[in-house]
Structures are given as C-alpha cells and as structure tokens.
Design a protein around this ligand. Structure first.
Ligand code: PLP
Length: 376
C-alpha cells in the first residue's frame, strides 16, 4: 500500500514538470552559454519579484552567499557576528574563514530559532552583525532582532536558506517575505531546500543598492571593469543550467509551499492528542513552510532505530550544537553554555516531508512513530 517512503522525493517532484525542465535544460545546451547565460539574469529578476525585494545577486551556493554578505558589509577580522548555536554550520564557517568571530546564542525551545532575549548580553564593542537564521521553514523573531540591531548599530543578515516562501508579520501588521527584512540576506537552492535546483545554487537579496553592487562585484573576483580588481572577491556563480531549472520551479513555488504547509499541518493534526511527542510550533507572527518537520521525543535514538525497521527514514537536525563542535573549540565554549540547544540536540527528529508526500504515507509514518515509542 505505501511505496518506499522517502525523506524527500526530488524525482517525484521532477517527473510532474519533466517536460518544462527538460526543455529549459535543452535550451541552455543549445545556446551553450553555460556561464552568465540569459537565464541567470532572468531568474534573479523573477526571484526579486517573488520576494518583493529590489536586488537579487545570484551565486554558487548559500555558504558562499553568507561569505559574500559578510564581505559586502565590510566586516573585518576580529569583528564579532552573533548567530544561533542550534544551526547548520555555514554562518559560523563563512565568518571564521574571514577571520570574524562567531558569537553563539541559545535558541527558543519550542520555535528552534534565535532567542532574542539572550542577544544583548553577548553584544560587545566588537559586535557588528546578527545572523537571523530562519530554521526549518520558520522565521526568527525579526521585529525584536531588528530593534536590537538598530539600538546597538548592528547589521542584520537573514539566513533564509531553509525558509524561502515563509513570511513574518510585524506588530503593525506589515507582512514581509523572509529574506527581505535584513540589511543583506542569503538563500540556498540546494536540492532539498524549499526551492531546490539540480546541484548547488544560492543568492543574496537586499534593498540596498550599494550592498547589491558590492555583493555582485565580490562574487565576480571583486572585478569592476574587466581585469580591474577593486576589492578581494571570490568566484561564485549560479550556472545557467541551474538558473534555467530554478526559473521553471519558481513558477510552481506557491503550490510547493502550499503542499509543505498542508503536510506539516496534517502531521500536527495526527499528533495533537499524543503526549509523548512535541510537535513543532508555528509562531504567531510567522508562516511556517516546513522545510523540515521536526518533532521532539524522549529516547530519540531508540525511536529512530526502531523506525528503520518500518522502512521510515528520519534525520537528526542537528545532533550537536555548533559551540560544541571540534572545529569551533578554539572559541572556548563549554558544555552547559547553551542548555536549550544542547537538550534539543538529544530530542529532535525530522520526519519525512516534501511536496509529494501523501496522507496515506503520513498516516503510516505517524502510526509507526507511535508504535515505536510504545514498544520501548
Ligand atoms: C543549507 C544551508 C546553508 C548553506 O547552503 P548551501 O547552499 O548548502 O551552501 C546555510 N544556512 C542554512 C541554515 C542552511 O540550512
């Protein structure tokens, strides 16, 4: 009855739009402008329209986008950048590579995003920016973060890698897409993100013309006129085939987002009477787009192991907070520094979620999760 359940179903999603995608790829091959082909600029314009933001600068991946964003802001070695410790590694890594100092902050136990109440105590004279990470498809509390940044003269970078298509509503009822509220913001088109290409891809978005120009220049070796290098840059391009694929998929974005929200809501409905499983919470100001559907349970590792026997894949995002990773030990953090993140890392379990998931599959997944908890 249930086919093999997948964590994500990229092939199923592709097959539904195969004609359009294949044609778009073929057109790029026919023109053979594999770098800086027409689709790259078209996609940037279309993404800017989708986001309702003035400038989009495409680049090779979300990690590069973070590095380019830091450089565009003119951050210098020794500058401190505040970011959540319960997070993917990219924001810390890109900072460290530039000689910036990642400064970690704990997260909310129920929302998984940056706990804004803990930011101010981490601000020093060297602090220059806050990375607001929109985790699992849900916006961080942008109103509070922007307010703190304004008060202390800091820049805000939204890491929207996991949350394209999400929104945040301010207390004056103004609603904005995530990735349009910070000074400069980043996106990833890694295949499993809300808008995924068929390889690596990323982008920077901003309403600030000067930052957009700097980002664009940095992504092209810091080049102004041809062979005139005005600043130290890098080589970070979205290739034309990926842009062509993204143009097609962006047209289906509303239906993809609707499907993710529907699947997430259905999981929550199935689990609402279960006292052993904590379902993810959608904040009152956020539209959660469920790039990941992450539950919290006791005995997480045993449950995960049990689910393997029911052929249900699950993932752990994240098994360890950044402040306890070996690569970042030089920053001097210790176990116990960020208790919420540390506890979350023992409890979180991401269930399969994607645009092709059926209710039948979700029923089976939840029955198996509950059975596996009961059998412990
Ligand atoms: C995926 C991801 C990135 C990096 O994106 P890549 O395109 O894989 O480099 C950055 N931040 C977060 C939160 C992510 O999930």
């Amino acid at each position: 009855m249930v086919n093999s359940i997948k964590m994500v179903d990229l092939n199923g999603q592709y097959l539904k739009i195969k004609g359009d995608i294949d044609q778009a790829i073929q057109e790029v091959i026919n023109a053979s402008a594999f770098i800086n082909g027409k689709a790259v600029e078209s996609f940037s314009t279309e993404l800017a329209d989708y986001l309702n933001v003035k400038y989009v600068v495409p680049c090779a991946n979300g990690t590069d986008a973070l590095q380019i964003a830091y450089q565009s802001l003119g951050l210098k070695p020794g500058d401190e950048v505040i970011m959540p410790t319960f997070n993917y590694v990219a924001s810390a890594e890109a900072a460290a590579l530039l000689g910036l100092k990642p400064v970690f902050v704990d997260v909310w136990d129920d929302l998984f995003t940056l706990n804004e109440n803990l930011i101010i105590q981490r601000i020093t004279p060297a602090t220059k920016a806050i990375v607001a990470v929109h985790l699992f498809g849900q916006s961080a509390n942008m109103e509070a973060i922007i307010e703190i940044a304004t008060r202390f003269g800091l820049k805000v970078i939204e890491d929207n890698a996991q949350s394209l298509g999400s929104t945040y509503t301010f207390s004056n009822w103004k609603t904005q897409m995530t990735g349009t509220m910070g000074d400069i913001n980043i996106h990833s088109f890694f295949p499993t993100k809300n808008l995924g290409c068929f390889g690596d891809g990323g982008a920077i978005s901003t309403n600030n013309k000067e930052l957009a120009q700097r980002a664009s220049m940095i992504s092209r070796h810091g080049q102004g006129q041809k062979y005139a290098y005005e600043m130290i840059g890098c080589n970070s391009r979205l290739d034309t085939i990926q842009a062509a694929i993204l143009r097609v998929k962006l047209r289906y974005m509303d239906s993809y987002i609707r499907k993710r929200i529907e699947a997430g809501s259905y999981y929550t409905q199935l689990l609402k009477d279960n006292s052993q499983i904590t379902t993810p919470i959608s904040g009152k100001s956020t539209k959660h787009t469920y790039n990941q559907y992450v539950i919290k349970i006791a005995n997480r590792d045993l449950v995960k192991e049990n689910l393997v026997h029911s052929a249900i894949p699950t993932m752990i995002y994240y098994p360890s907070p950044l402040h306890l990773q070996k690569a970042y030990a030089y920053l001097g953090y210790r176990e116990g520094d960020f208790p919420v993140a540390e506890k979350l890392c023992t409890e979180v379990l991401a269930l399969p979620i994607h645009t092709e998931l059926t209710h039948e599959e979700q029923d089976y997944i939840i029955r198996s999760v509950i059975h596996s908890i009961d059998s412990l």
